[in-house]
Design a binder for this molecule. Structure first.
Ligand code: FAD
Length: 538
């Protein structure tokens, strides 16, 4: 097959215009176009009054070799790459050892699934509860201000991304098409088929819950095992080799292969591995706020007369401003038509994040607006100091919110003018269990306040109305990525602990659902190769 890129057609084009454009590009007759499948569909909205759909397609044509030869110099035409997933190993019969995967977020889920598909019968240990029970606990915080520190937005089956927008795009390099394997498994588990071809796919919370359950069923059917409410509290490491893991109830599982996919909020686990001498280093992340605007304002600014078009859906944005204090302020995890959610996993702390349903039809758009921070400048001296930094500001946010898990909030007009807010304006905050109107400079580092005060008016030059007085800012967003990196070598094992495979977002090797899933696959392959005498290379 041939792959053609950059085929541009008007937003409301007729179905037959796509094959016609393909034939024109290839210089062939309609009868010679045998098969068309859309690999990717994005859009170009640089001219809002004339938005174009941009296709990448795979086609089968008569005399394919001759067509390919004739168009050899055309960078938009080439052979379709082989995207099929191939297993790197198969577990030999009678294998006694079982690999252990810690954490059942997207990284652990895919590590577990791939190991199970290769016959290694992994044991997955997840500190939180199965997804339906977890949903009730999560609502406990959102509706009744009751936090369960072991079962919440961060912890439990499906991991941090389960109550999310379910955005599935990533900018990682993926030469082996592992991302395709993730998307294909998601579709098998119930995700909409369009995630395979739209350029910015998303799933939404409701569907993710069912998909995670389905994937667990697949792992179990292949001989894998999933144990909930099984927090790994300690690690048995001797002579630089993992020998097993110890659970919070004191029980022990022996294994020489441990995938550590615990996410960015497993602060106690980070301490446990650090205390056991595993090499850990501090890494940069970002802190800031969630901002909410009417979705209609974002749609109009981004899509003009095409706002609300069903193909385009609710509009998103991506913004960056380099502030004069040397910090970058940028939008993070934008959730069109969604809600701001309470995302703490620790008592007496407030953390914000965003989620949406597949329909993305809530009234407000929300996004993190965050400012980059680094160990050298902001939390020097200890590999785990970023965690102390997060805890300090999350506690300040809890206090500023009135000490009830309400989030401190301020209207943008008041924030820019440096005065506290006392009530909401035209934009109603969506955060549950509610907000407390105040002055956010109490619970944000000064350099973040400075950078945000400069960034918001700058963003308004790109999105008209972005700095509107009534837009709502809710604090604090601290869990943008892991505050540490658990360094691994080319064989995917910790650089000083054999058999320990740091993986996913918590280890500093992914940022988002898709990249965490991809990392889970890579690490599963490395484990399988090691268990069968092969070698992996990163
Ligand atoms: P996690 O998903 O964090 O999973 C880690 C798992 O390990 C957890 O289930 C945890 O309970 C478990 N665990 C931790 N410690 C232990 C232990 N000691 N023993 C046993 N189990 C343990 N990303 C996107 O790409 N798109 C989005 O739209 C999006 N929206 C988000 C919305 C919200 C509200 C949140 C919180 C995150 C969102 N993200 C989104 C980020 C995304 O969820 C993460 O990047 C992704 O989940 C990371 O995957 P992971 O498997 O590495 O870690």
């Amino acid at each position: 097959m041939l792959r053609l890129t950059e085929i541009k057609l008007p937003l409301d084009h007729a179905a037959e215009e796509l094959p016609a454009a393909i034939c024109q590009r290839l210089g062939i007759k309609a009868k010679d176009l045998l098969e068309v499948s859309i690999y990717r569909r994005g859009y170009d909205a640089r001219r809002r009054s004339r938005i174009l759909l941009v296709y990448t397609v795979d086609v089968s044509v008569a005399n394919e070799a001759a067509v390919a030869k004739r168009l050899a110099g055309d960078r938009h035409v080439g052979p379709t790459p082989d995207m099929a997933y191939t297993f790197v190993a198969q577990a030999p019969g009678g294998l006694q050892e079982r690999p252990v995967v810690i954490g059942m977020g997207p990284c652990g889920l895919f590590a577990g699934l791939i190991l199970a598909q290769m016959g290694f019968k992994p044991i997955i240990l997840e500190r939180g509860k199965a997804v339906r029970e977890r949903t009730k606990d999560t609502w406990g915080l959102w509706r009744q201000s009751k936090l369960n520190p072991e079962s919440n937005v961060q912890f439990g089956e499906g991991g941090a991304g389960t109550f999310s927008d379910g955005k599935l795009h990533t900018q990682i390099k993926d030469p082996k098409f592992h991302g395709r394997k993730v998307l294909t498994e998601f579709v098998k588990a119930g995700a909409p088929e369009e995630i395979l071809y739209v350029s910015k796919p998303h799933i939404g919370t409701f569907r993710l819950v069912g998909m995670v359950e389905e994937m667990r069923g697949n792992i179990e059917a292949l001989g894998g095992e999933v144990r909930f409410q099984s927090r790994v509290a300690d690690f048995d490491i001797a002579d630089g080799q993992v020998r097993g893991v110890i659970l919070a109830d004191g029980s022990r599982i022996e294994t020489r292969h441990v995938v550590l996919a615990v996410g960015h909020s497993a602060r106690d686990t980070f301490k446990a591995i650090y205390d056991r001498g595993v090499y850990v280093e501090a890494k940069p992340f970002s802190v800031g706020v969630r901002i909410e605007h009417p979705q209609s304002l974002i749609d109009t600014a981004r899509l003009g007369p095409n706002a609300g078009h069903p193909i385009l859906g609710a509009a998103d944005y991506k913004l960056v401003h380099h502030a004069s204090n040397g910090r970058a302020a940028y939008s993070f995890c934008m959730c069109p038509g969604g809600t701001v959610v309470a995302a703490t996993s620790e008592e007496n702390r407030v953390v914000t994040n965003g989620m949406s349903q597949y329909s993305r039809n809530e009234r407000n758009a929300n996004s993190g607006i965050v400012v980059s921070i680094s160990p050298e400048k902001d939390y020097p001296g200890h590999p785990l100091a970023g965690i102390d930094f997060q805890r300090y500001w999350e506690s300040r946010a809890f206090e500023a919110g009135g000490g009830t898990y309400a989030a401190p909030a301020q209207r943008v007009g008041d924030f820019l003018a440096g005065r506290p807010s006392t009530a909401c304006g035209s934009v109603e905050p969506s955060y549950k269990p509610g907000v407390h109107w105040t002055d956010l400079s109490q619970c944000l580092p000064d350099f973040v306040v400075e950078a945000l005060r400069e960034a918001l008016p700058a963003f308004a030059k790109q999105i008209k109305g972005f700095a509107m007085d009534d837009a709502v800012m809710t604090a604090i967003e601290t869990r943008t990525s892991s505050p540490i990196r658990i360094k691994r070598g080319d064989d995917f094992q910790s650089i000083n602990t054999r058999g320990l495979y740091p993986a996913g977002e918590g280890a500093g090797y992914a940022g988002g659902i898709l990249s965490a899933g991809v990392d889970g696959i890579k690490v599963a392959e490395a484990v399988a190769l090691d268990m069968t005498g092969g070698t992996a290379s990163g």
